[in-house]
Design a protein around this ligand. Structure first.
Ligand SMILES: Cc1cc2nc3c(=O)[nH]c(=O)nc-3n(C[C@H](O)[C@H](O)[C@H](O)COP(=O)(O)OP(=O)(O)OC[C@H]3O[C@@H](n4cnc5c(N)ncnc54)[C@H](O)[C@@H]3O)c2cc1C
Length: 52
């Protein structure tokens, strides 16, 4: 049976862990608090300003 790795957070570290887990034969499931992946590598706009 294939083992599943649970990963907390879809920042760049969590996304990389998901990729490398699958490349090494594991199923991976990433749990993210927010509605978008990327963590600190995400751009967002507010009141005409772009943050990133
Ligand atoms: C403006 C800016 C510029 C930068 N420029 C560079 C650069 O030029 N070069 C460079 O190497 N680095 C740069 N960095 C740093 C780099 O972006 C971060 O070090 C990197 O993105 C951190 O990734 P991470 O996955 O470790 O953490 P994070 O990006 O913080 O991801 C953590 C994720 O976990 C989620 N999370 C937290 N708690 C929970 C929970 N309880 N349940 C579920 N999800 C949870 C968060 O929502 C988040 O999505 C920059 C950072 C900033 C802010």
């Amino acid at each position: 049976m294939t083992q599943t790795v649970a990963i907390i957070g879809a920042g760049i570290a969590g996304l990389a862990a998901g990729c490398y887990g699958q490349m090494n034969g594991y199923r991976t499931q990433i749990f993210e608090l927010h509605d978008k992946p990327g963590g600190l590598c995400t751009l967002w706009k507010r009141k005409g300003y772009t943050f990133g």
